[in-house]
Design a protein. Structure first.
Length: 220
């Protein structure tokens, strides 16, 4: 009788311990995901401020003339590097995300920032007679087919190598086309983009499908 009681007691303690560990694990997981999502939100707000500052400088240049062109271009080039590095951080967070709704919203906001940056880069290039290149990479954030996913992964690495090699001489703007962002949808329709990956160089040259580094370099 005592033995049976001890077995039940041990089982009960083990069950309680298991439940406690499970609840702690769930709570820790929710906390970590919340922390990651908040980190992305903080990054977005910082980038939003920086982009607004850059755009205001550009508007100031438009009003005041060419004397302020160098300042505007320098700020935009510096922002290009920062937005690229922040984008890589969001990709890392996305790989570990399990509560994706909030992350998707932040990705949409980040996509809008990148689109604004693209348009701002075009404006400055034309107004200031700069010779940097814009390389816009249209891709799927959540591809359903394995072959497309593999092609996108390879193309992303190649473009990363391109950016690392040329730095601020290249404005690399990756834009996901499946997040239902209306301005991106308009660009996709305007440029008749139906294949992924697709690269748009200086708003004129369209490369459909997978391309290696050497092919892209020849066109910039």
């Amino acid at each position: 009788m005592v033995k049976e009681h001890n077995e039940k007691s041990a089982f009960g303690k083990a069950l309680v311990l298991t439940v406690i560990l499970f609840l702690v694990g769930v709570s820790l997981g929710v906390f970590i995901e919340s922390y990651r999502s908040n980190s992305i939100k903080d990054q977005y707000e910082e980038l939003e401020f920086e982009l607004l500052d850059s755009k205001l400088r550009t508007n100031f240049y438009q009003l005041m003339g060419e004397d302020f062109c160098d300042i505007a271009v320098e700020d935009n080039l510096a922002f290009s590097d920062r937005i690229y590095e922040e984008g890589k951080k969001i990709e890392v967070y996305a790989k570990f995300n399990r509560l994706g709704d909030k992350l998707i919203e932040e990705k949409k906001k980040y996509t809008l920032l990148k689109t604004e940056f693209w348009l701002n880069s075009i404006l400055l290039r034309d107004k200031c007679n700069e010779d940097y290149e814009t390389v816009v990479y249209f891709y799927l954030d959540d591809p359903q087919e394995d072959n497309i996913k593999q092609s996108l992964n390879v193309q992303s690495r190649i473009l990363g190598d391109l950016k690392e090699k040329y730095g601020s001489e290249i404005m690399l703007i990756p834009l996901p086309t499946d997040l239902d962002v209306s301005v991106v949808n308009a660009f996709v329709e305007l440029n008749d983009i139906t294949m992924f990956p697709t690269i748009l160089i200086n708003e004129e040259i369209k490369l459909e499908g997978l391309h290696n580094l050497e092919d892209i370099e020849k066109l910039i």
